[in-house]
Design a protein around this ligand. Structure first.
Ligand code: NAD
Ligand code: UDP
Length: 338
């Protein structure tokens, strides 16, 4: 029996593949390499000394999924396959709705045909919207999203919840990720964004290796202790382990369950920059810019549910995240292309 990682060649998927392989699972990856490289899958094999069955397919393509399910014995699906650039989703909403909802519908359809009853989905803290106070609890109402990417997470959650209501044997674990950063400690796999990074951490690592001259901090006049935005950064290896904990939980508990995956601790932009500089002994030049439209002052999780249901909590520190992320960028200054 194997787990299928849909979109598993990407940043979070490759780290999750390593943790499933280390835990003794067989791993099958389906990815169309829209935002990833096949080299990343080879590096997963190199890190673990195990082989991965790789299908270069569009996960919206039900016939391609049927072929995969007929060749492999899939006990659970972890669904990462989606486009994730917030700004691009505003410019290309139809592509985002079509791809991000299409992958979910195709997976659920083919899973049912093949009797696979377990899906773990990559959701996001963005579904909490703007009105909930921090820390964010799973019981809080979902809010209004500010962009099509966020709505695809919201709608995918709804699709999986409705599918679980209609089919009492189906289980769906909706993992609401906070801010995944860092890299595997080997420095062989990590985040490799195309073009200018949207997120702060890969921007910082690219400044650190001289690929970009400086960081722009989006506002220092928020109502936070140092005026900069606060987020719940989580090491990608901790996040990966959360998926390994979610699969046996899902197999025992039919129905839909929402679980935050964060550390429960907020970190400001200044704290992040200072920690990165201290741990790695590098300077991150920065300027203060305008606030980025749509940004919240603060977002961090209450992470108790993950501990209670999955026996999982984050173990790595902000220092680990900074050290491991910098090691990846130093060893691979141009990502997988370099
Ligand atoms: P990523 O872009 O590195 O990985 C996503 C993978 O899905 C890529 O390899 C891409 O090629 C693949 N993919 C996209 N559409 C596909 C399709 N139709 N068929 C086959 N493969 C397809 O992104 P990531 O950072 O690893 O994120 C993984 C998931 O987690 C995504 O769904 C993302 O929205 C979600 N998420 C990410 C973050 C974050 O900050 N990275 C936060 C919250 C949620
Ligand atoms: N941020 C910043 N400069 C950047 C990118 C982000 O100052 O180049 C800030 C942003 O305003 C937010 C925090 O860093 O307060 C995290 O932003 P990111 O895009 O990584 O995550 P998200 O806002 O999606 O949670």
């Amino acid at each position: 029996m194997a787990v299928l990682l849909a979109g598993g060649a990407g940043f979070i998927g490759t780290h999750t593949a390593v943790e499933f392989l280390n835990a003794g699972y067989d791993v099958v990856i389906a990815d169309n390499l829209y935002n990833s490289k096949s080299a990343a899958v080879r590096r997963v094999e190199e890190i673990t000394g195990r082989s991965v069955a790789f299908y270069e397919i569009d996960v919206c393509d039900k016939d391609a999924l049927r072929k995969l399910f007929s060749e492999q014995s899939i006990e659970a699906v972890v669904h990462f396959a989606g486009m994730k650039a917030v700004g691009e989703s505003v410019a290309k909403p139809l592509q985002y709705y079509s791809n991000n909802l299409g992958t979910t519908i195709a997976l659920l359809t083919v899973m049912k045909e093949f009797g696979c009853r377990c899906i773990v989905f990559s959701s996001s803290a963005t579904v909490y919207g703007k009105s909930n106070p921090v820390p964010l609890f799973e019981t809080m109402p979902r809010g209004e999203c500010t962009n099509p990417y966020g709505w695809t997470k919201w709608m995918n959650e709804q699709i999986i919840m409705d599918a679980c209501t209609a089919d009492p044997e189906l289980s769906g674990v909706l993992l609401r990720y906070f801010n995944p950063i860092g890299a595997h400690e080997s420095g062989r796999i990590g985040e490799d964004p195309q073009g200018i990074p949207n997120n702060i951490f890969p921007f910082i690592t690219q400044v650190a290796v001289g690929r970009r001259p400086q960081l722009t901090i989006f506002g220092d006049d928020y109502d936070t202790p140092d005026g900069t935005g606060i987020r719940d950064y989580i090491h990608v290896v901790d996040l990966a382990k959360g998926h390994v904990a979610a699969v046996p939980y899902a197999k025992k508990h039919p129905g839909a369950k929402v679980i935050n995956i964060g550390t429960g601790k907020g970190t400001s932009v200044f704290e992040m920059v200072n920690t990165f500089e201290r741990v790695n002994g590098v300077k991150i030049p920065y300027v203060i810019g305008e606030r980025r439209p749509g940004d919240l002052p603060e977002s961090y999780a209450n992470a108790d549910e993950a501990e209670k249901l999955l026996g999982w909590h984050a173990e790595k520190t902000l220092e680990d995240m900074c050290r491991d992320g910098y090691r990846w960028q130093t060893l691979n200054p141009m990502g997988y292309g370099g």
